[in-house]
Design a protein around this ligand. Structure first.
Ligand code: UT7
Length: 325
């Protein structure tokens, strides 16, 4: 028997050229390369150039994903852009990407679930494709967190970076067995009781300003591993797979300690972890598609591999996906 699945047929990414090192940060705020590396695993991050917007980076990543999939932009009928740092309050940055790609049909919208945005975006596009409403989608994560950081707050400004990643999802009939490719499950969670643990202190309806990122890092850290493990176990239960079946673990890249802790709790061996936090920092919704593109570019990820994706962030929101590449 075969079933309609959303298959990832291509991926791509974009990073701004400007590299911001820990040492450079240490010359601006009271921190050190040693503290940042020890507590987070981050060595450097990228920062968007003046005038370089989220939609610009998203468009670059989308073009790279289209090229990798060898499909024409005109065949895309859905664009889901996960971001918490859109160009403007509205319209959605996704419509700017759509216009840049010369697409005048289908639908494009932004999705906001902070660091879990890409997993939420995958779930949304997967549902719309499986329903038959759309046939080929771009799911993009793109962020310019550098624009919402308080650069005098050492507890947050050292953690984040800018960038974009994208995948092309296509509706295909696949065998309903372990060989079948595509998104096998996406599990999503949120709990608004934690909304003040990681937030931006501004917005159109509250202050009329954009605001700055505020985080009780220790509190987020305290919940992260348990929430991630919980939702990943849910994905395993839904599909019948276990940690042993996973070829590549591609987590949201917030902190190497959270990633290592989650992998350990789940029983995933260290060599299966795709890690980019050292070079990218935390790029929020962009981090998973950036990591996917990295591991595809260097040929670690091969057709037929089972990928485990997971993320946790502001809200709190969290989620996990199992994907047969
Ligand atoms: O992607 C969305 C989800 N976000 C996350 O997953 C982030 C989760 N949280 C974390 O990754 C970690 O909590 C942090 C990396 C943010 C902080 O690490 P920590 O081990 O939890 O450190 P802490 O907040 O407990 O701070 C330890 C000390 C404090 O000093 P005292 O109070 O012990 O004297 C901080 O003031 O480190 C100090 N500190 C710094 N020192 C040097 C905080 N930031 C810095 C800094 N440089 N940049």
């Amino acid at each position: 028997m075969s079933v309609r699945r959303s298959v990832i047929v291509g991926c791509g990414s974009y990073l701004p050229s400007r590299v911001l090192t820990n040492d450079e940060l240490a010359s601006k705020v009271d921190t050190s390369d040693e503290w940042i590396v020890q507590r987070t695993g981050i060595h450097e991050r990228r920062i968007a150039a003046p005038g370089e917007l989220t939609s610009h980076m998203a468009t670059q990543a989308a073009r790279a994903a289209l090229a990798h999939a060898t499909v024409d932009a005109q065949s895309i009928d859905l664009i889901v852009l996960a971001t918490s740092t859109p160009d403007n309050t509205f319209p959605a940055s996704a419509v700017s990407v759509q216009a840049e790609l010369g697409i005048v049909h289908g639908a494009a919208f932004d999705l906001q679930a902070v660091c879990s945005g890409f997993v939420y975006g995958l779930a949304t596009a997967d549902g719309l494709i499986k329903s038959g409403a759309f046939s080929r989608a771009l799911v993009i994560g793109a962020e310019t967190f550098s624009r919402i950081l308080d650069w005098t707050d050492r507890s947050t400004c050292v953690l984040f970076g800018d960038g974009a990643g994208a995948v092309v999802l296509e509706g295909q009939m696949e065998p309903d067995n372990r060989e079948g490719r595509g998104i096998l499950t996406v599990r999503l969670r949120s709990d608004g009781r934690y909304k003040s643990k990681l937030y931006v202190d501004g917005g159109p309806s509250s202050t009329g300003t954009v605001g700055h990122l505020r985080m009780e890092g220790r509190e987020v850290f305290r919940h992260a591993v348990a929430m991630i493990s919980d939702v990943v176990e849910e994905a395993f239960t839904t599909t019948g797979y276990t940690a042993k079946d996973v070829d590549w673990f591609i987590p949201h890249q917030a902190n190497k300690r959270i990633i290592d802790g989650s992998a350990h709790k789940l029983g995933i061996s260290p060599e299966k972890i795709v890690m980019t936090v050292d070079r990218h920092g935390n790029t929020s919704a962009a981090s998973i598609p950036l990591a996917i593109a990295d591991a595809v570019a260097d040929r670690r990820i091969k057709r037929g591999d089972l990928l485990l994706l997971e993320a946790m962030g502001g809200g709190f929101t969290w989620g996990a996906a199992l994907v047969r590449w």
